[in-house]
Design a protein around this ligand. Structure first.
Ligand SMILES: Cc1cc2nc3c(=O)[nH]c(=O)nc-3n(C[C@H](O)[C@H](O)[C@H](O)COP(=O)(O)O)c2cc1C
Length: 400
């Protein structure tokens, strides 16, 4: 005979398994909305489409749901901790102060949930002090792409993708999917050259660092995942050089920079013509690097954002030098970037190598570019139907 399991120990051990959080809602005999928070929601079957949750046998809401015969699962996002607490409280005032609406099928939908799933009760199985309520799905949608609310060891938290992925900001979700595909390929490039390999993308009016792999031989990393900079000239040229509209918007965003020492349109043309982008070190770039080292624009005050923007506006001469053979210029190459194209020939992100050795010259750049382009092509091929776009890009054709 095995020892009886101590309930406290059971709870403690099971608390090590994180769950998502859902509010299961329905309506009572008087037509009033009811709901409860569950961490036990799970999908069960595709054909027929079944889901389940496990309410305690004493749950009043569960009894109401079984009587009503229908329920709605509202998947809660990281921004809905308050809703989770309300639905986990006992009593009849769980909907007080919450935004919600009746769905066309007469079930309560909690505003701003990640997804809703409407069900009819398919089966209820007893299991110890809980029931297993299985629902047959009648309608569902995920209208709000956002990060989920998680519950772990008695506390709320949010999803933080592994080391490579960026900060938990909803506008990055689509980009993070791309990064998942790029990750192993970036690791290879970083390890092969002993450099830092970065993936960044244009998100709104910012350029956002989505992922990093490896550390340069010197050990110093220059970039923080989630870091945002204003996407204005001369930053992120490879992200705009293959789209007239994007390049136009990029230049327009910079506004009137009468002191600018360079023509941003020329940068665009240069990058498009050679297929890659290069930055060399300058005092202005060093100043920018050190001031944004630990921060992202999103976390900055308007004043901080302006200060970062001013530093970007001082850049110019170090970006896209025409001739890296020119020994009199003593270029120190800071980074090389190439575009990654999707199936519609749009640039979805750029891959960059950072931390090149001090003596790196044109021949080294050629090698990095070759490997980076190969990596970008492989990343493109992992995107749906992207093979053709990638090979066009590598062959030097101008996809648009
Ligand atoms: C994150 C979280 C997850 C929960 N998961 C469940 C669950 O899976 N099953 C359950 O019976 N109660 C669960 N609860 C507790 C119920 O939400 C709580 O007991 C609620 O008051 C039940 O309300 P009722 O008595 O109106 O049905 C959870 C609570 C929280 C905070």
């Amino acid at each position: 005979m095995s020892e009886p399991i101590d309930p406290q120990h059971f709870r403690h051990v099971l608390g090590h398994f994180p769950t998502g959080v859902a509010a299961v809602t329905s309506c009572d005999d008087t037509g009033a909305p009811v709901g409860m928070t569950v961490g036990s929601f799970t999908s069960v079957s595709l054909s027929p489409p079944l889901v389940a949750f496990l309410p305690g046998k004493h749950s009043r809401t569960s009894a109401t749901i079984q009587r009503h015969g229908r329920f709605c699962v509202n998947m809660l996002g990281a921004h809905q901790e308050t809703a989770s607490r309300s639905f986990a409280s006992g009593g009849d005032r769980k909907f007080d102060g919450l935004g919600w609406t009746w769905s066309p099928n007469g079930l309560p939908r909690v505003d701003n949930s990640l997804a809703w799933i409407e069900c009819t009760v398919y089966a209820v199985h007893e299991a110890g002090d809980h029931n297993i309520v299985i629902g047959q799905v009648t309608a569902l949608d995920a209208p709000q792409p956002s990060l989920p609310l998680l519950f772990f060891q008695g506390g709320y938290g949010r999803f933080a993708p592994l080391s490579l992925a960026a900060a938990s900001e909803p506008d990055l979700i689509e980009h993070l999917r791309l990064v998942d595909a790029a990750r192993p390929i970036m690791e290879e490039v970083a390890a092969h050259h002993q450099v830092e390999c970065l993936a960044s993308a244009a998100v709104g009016e910012d350029i956002v660092l989505l992922a990093t792999a490896g550390t340069p031989a010197g050990g110093r990393t220059y970039s923080r995942v989630g870091q945002r900079l204003p996407h204005i000239p001369p930053l992120g040229t490879a992200l705009v050089a293959w789209s007239e509209d994007a390049a136009h918007a990029w230049i327009a965003r910079a506004g009137d920079c009468s002191q600018r020492q360079y023509d941003p349109q020329q940068l665009v043309e240069r990058v498009r013509a050679r297929g890659w982008s290069v930055a060399t070190w300058s005092d202005s770039l060093r100043e920018l690097e050190s001031s944004v080292d630990d921060t992202t624009l999103k976390g900055l005050t308007p004043h901080g954002r302006r200060a970062v923007r001013q530093l970007v506006e001082q850049l110019g001469s170090e970006h896209e030098p025409d001739d890296l053979h020119d020994k009199s210029q003593h270029y120190r190459i800071r980074s090389v970037s190439v575009p990654v194209f999707d199936a519609r020939h749009q640039v979805v992100m750029q891959l960059t190598v950072n931390g090149l050795p001090p003596q790196a010259g044109q021949a080294d750049v050629d090698t990095y570019v070759r490997h980076l382009r190969d990596a970008a092509e492989r990343v493109s091929r992992t995107l749906p139907d992207a093979g053709r776009a990638a090979s066009d890009a590598v062959a030097g054709r101008n996809p648009r």
